[in-house]
Design a protein around this ligand. Structure first.
Ligand SMILES: [Zn+2]
Length: 208
């Protein structure tokens, strides 16, 4: 199934969540948007179109990563205390080194590291975990871990932390529902899917 269809189904799931929680019009828009984004998330393991959409051009990403890395080093050096200080400097240096090595195919990984660094500096757990998710997705083979129960649990945990940060009821269900809708739409029993998903990784490689 293509990205447009996944987005539409995810958005519909967000809308159902909004109705269930009798959300205000603004909250409804947020939940529909989150459902749509969540419906796309599992396919961050695809090479091609979707990666091109969320990542900026090669040079911009490299410069941004370099800048974030240097900022992390300086900030940690002047503001950090004890362990935090060295952790921050270490992460900053790692970002600088990695960003100078990036090639086209590593762009999504770099984006993930950027999100991770942003989450650390903002002290937002959901953003940190989302960064980790993007990094893992970028190095996973297609329709593997992001399309498994393990992926659902990990993303569900991110969603629950996001709901806590935003303080909006229904965020958890909109995100989780959008994510699960993607996996259902990718099942092999549906006539338009040539391949299924390995739902039980790493326990079983059976394709559903
Ligand atoms: Zn998929």
């Amino acid at each position: 199934m293509n990205g447009t269809a996944h987005t539409a189904i995810g958005a519909a799931t967000g809308f159902i969540a909004a109705n269930t929680f009798q959300s205000s019009p603004t909250e409804t828009m947020i939940l529909v948007g989150l459902g749509a984004v969540s419906g796309l998330m599992p396919d961050l393991d695809i090479d091609g179109k979707l990666r091109g959409k969320i990542t900026l051009s090669h040079k911009v990403i490299r410069l941004t990563a370099l800048f974030i890395g240097m900022l992390m080093v300086f900030y940690s050096f002047y503001e950090g205390r004890a362990v935090d200080k060295w952790l921050g400097i270490g992460i900053g240096l790692a970002i600088i080194i990695v960003s100078s090595l990036i090639k086209q195919k590593h762009m999504l990984t770099i984006t993930g590291i950027g999100v991770l660094a942003g989450g650390i500096s903002l002290s937002e757990i959901w953003l940190i975990l989302l960064g980790v998710y993007i990094v893992i997705a970028s190095i996973s083979s297609h329709r593997s871990y992001t399309h498994s129960i393990l992926g659902i649990i990990f993303f569900g945990f991110i969603a629950s932390k996001l709901e806590g940060s935003l303080g909006i009821h229904g965020v958890y269900y909109a995100c989780l529902g959008g994510y699960i809708s993607h996996l259902i739409a990718d099942l092999k029993i549906l006539p338009f899917n040539k391949r299924g998903i390995k739902l039980f990784l790493p326990v079983s490689k059976i394709e559903l």
